[in-house]
Structure formats: C-alpha cells, structure tokens
Ligand binder design. Structure first.
Ligand SMILES: Nc1ncnc2c1ncn2[C@@H]1O[C@H](COP(=O)(O)OP(=O)(O)OP(=O)(O)O)[C@@H](O)[C@H]1O
Ligand SMILES: [Mg+2]
Length: 300
C-alpha cells in the first residue's frame, strides 16, 4: 500500500525526518529529526543559514530524494513508500518545482510559451487545453506579451516568472520554490514574491518557499526557521481584520509578529545559542513549572 486516503488535518506532514549523506567514509547528517506541517492553501517560508538543510528538505518533498528515516506525507502520497510509477505521477501531478538557478528552470531553445506548454505535452493534456492554459498562466505571471521570447531574451525576474508558470502548468496543488529570488535584485525579488502570493490566492496552490533571507518572512503568513537540520522556531504574522480588508498591510509594524519555539514529537525544543550563552547553560538545566509557566535555569 503506497498511497493512503488523504487524512483529515494538514496537507503536508514531515515527522522525525533524517537525511544522512555518505561521502567516502564520512557521514553528513543534513536533516536530524525535522518536523513540518503545512495546511492546504498556506504559503510558508522556510528560512535558515547556508548548510542548514533547506534544499535537502525541499528535494525530499519534491520526490527527487528519499529520507534516511522518518515520515513524509503530501496529500494522498506517502513519499517513503512510492513505486517508481507513483514517483513519476507525484512529480508530474502533485508538485511544481522552481530551482534557485534561473537557467535550470527553462529550456534555452524554447520560447516562454513552449516552456509552459511542455509539461502538459508530457502528461497528455489535449492541444486546445494546452493552448488556453499556457496563455492563461503567462497572463497570470504578467508575461502574455513575451510569449514568443526565448529565456536569453528575458530578464532574470521575467525568467523566474516564466518558471513559476511552467511549475504551475499541470495545476499542481503544491508549489516548491528553492531560493526563487536568490539571483534577483530587491525590487524584482519583491515582485516575484507578490506573484507567488497572488498565485496562492487565485489558484489556491499551497506554496513552500525556501530562502536564507529572513526578510521574506514578512511577506508570508508563517515562517519556519531550520537550524542544523531541525525546524527550530516559527514566526507567525497575524493580519488583523481591518488591515486585511484595507488591502495593504503595514510592513513597519511588528505588533502582530510572534515567534515560537517548536516542540518536536519527542518533546525537544532548541534553545537559541544566544540564550544558552546568556544564562551560562551548558550540559543540563533545572526545569521549573509555576503558574502554567516553564522556567529553565542552568544546572551547570
Ligand atoms: N549530495 C550531498 N552529498 C553530501 N552532502 C550533502 C549533499 N547535499 C547536501 N549535503 C550537505 O548537507 C548539508 C545541508 O545541505 P543543504 O543543501 O540542504 O543546505 P541549504 O540549507 O540548502 O544551504 P544553502 O542555503 O547554502 O543552499 C550541508 O552540510 C551539505 O554540505
Ligand atoms: Mg540550498
């Protein structure tokens, strides 16, 4: 049994995820017990320093790589127990992927239109649906007037917008983007992020954006930080009703931003290094519970 009926609850769940790479005699632990849960229709950012395991996690979610241990479920797919046929189905139907390197997303000798049409040719979508959908997607990403251009005739930001259209061609419920703005200047990066938020509103696509840029967390509802292969903190940004109906949100205000430590399935939390240093916490702590509050103090 490789696919499971879609359970109630989150659309995407990673639990106790481990990835160990073996290079010669050395083992690199890229993920160590990562936990992640995303609801259908959410846009989240996964933020973390270089080498923290972001791409490793995203490649596993894309079906390009398999974890060493743990569970990963996306919709009705159990990613650890898929046959080769199901992996192909998963990659074609369930998930769209955007690589950080703009050049990796598009075929250089095909036009923007042909690039968007290609994934649909591979899944046998009829010609008139292909035409309609390619044109519609190029309109959504604001490049209807550039449909005949090849990647080299487009700017970096335009290429990433075409890449978004390509990733959405087969209407995947999940869009994964690895540093989609990494090669872009600030203004173009903001446009691409706006576009991703728009896609989420218009098509209901669940979107996971990986980035090392903490500023992105202000453009999404929820940002999860990865440290050393583990999800460690979560920042949520509540938009009040008045602000939501007013359209604009106030970037300068951080009243509604809250940061939480994440508790994994074994009950562990990661205490930030600065706090450990500040309180001279080393090997062990004394735990206190008073009035519904937990306190930790150094136990030397
Ligand atoms: N194919 C591989 N073989 C061996 N080690 C790997 C492999 N891929 C990644 N690693 C190691 O796993 C760790 C996590 O790498 P990963 O690419 O997931 O980091 P990242 O958070 O995406 O970093 P960046 O922000 O630089 O892209 C790193 O220490 C990296 O060296
Ligand atoms: Mg990476």
């Amino acid at each position: 049994m490789t696919t499971v009926p879609e359970a109630e609850g989150p659309y995407l769940v990673c639990s106790g995820l481990f990835k160990i790479y073996k290079v010669a005699d050395l083992e690199v632990v890229a993920l160590r017990g990562l936990e992640l849960s995303v609801d259908r229709g959410e846009v989240i950012a996964v933020v973390g320093a270089s080498g923290s395991g972001k791409s490793t996690m995203l490649n596993i979610l894309a079906g390009y790589d398999t974890p060493s241990a743990g569970t990963v479920r996306v919709g009705r797919f159990d990613l650890l127990h898929m046959t080769n046929k199901e992996v192909v189905e998963y990659r074609r139907q369930e998930v769209g992927f955007i690589w950080q390197e703009t050049s990796r997303n598009l075929f250089p000798y095909l036009t923007a239109y042909e690039n968007v049409e290609l994934p649909m040719l591979l899944t046998g979508v009829p010609a008139n649906t292909r035409r309609e959908r390619s044109n519609e997607l190029l309109e959504i990403v604001g490049l209807g007037h550039r449909r005949g251009h090849r990647p080299a005739q487009l700017s970096g930001g335009e290429q990433q917008r075409v890449a978004i259209a390509v990733a959405l061609a087969n209407r995947p419920p999940l869009l994964l983007a690895d540093e989609p703005t990494g090669e872009l200047d600030e203004e173009t990066a903001a446009e691409v992020l706006d576009l991703l938020n728009n896609v989420n509103k218009e098509l209901g696509t669940t979107i996971v954006i990986v980035t090392h840029d903490p500023a992105i967390s202000t453009s999404v509802g929820r940002a999860i930080a990865i440290r050393d292969g583990k999800t460690s903190t979560e920042t949520t940004r509540a938009v009040t009703f008045e602000r939501a109906i007013g359209g604009e949100t106030d970037e300068g205000e951080d009243r509604d931003v809250e940061e939480f430590l994440l508790v994994d399935s074994s009950g562990s939390v990661q205490i930030p290094r600065e706090v450990l240093d500040q309180l001279a916490i080393r090997r062990r702590v004394r735990l206190g519970v008073t009035d519904g509050r937990v306190t930790l103090e150094s136990g030397e």
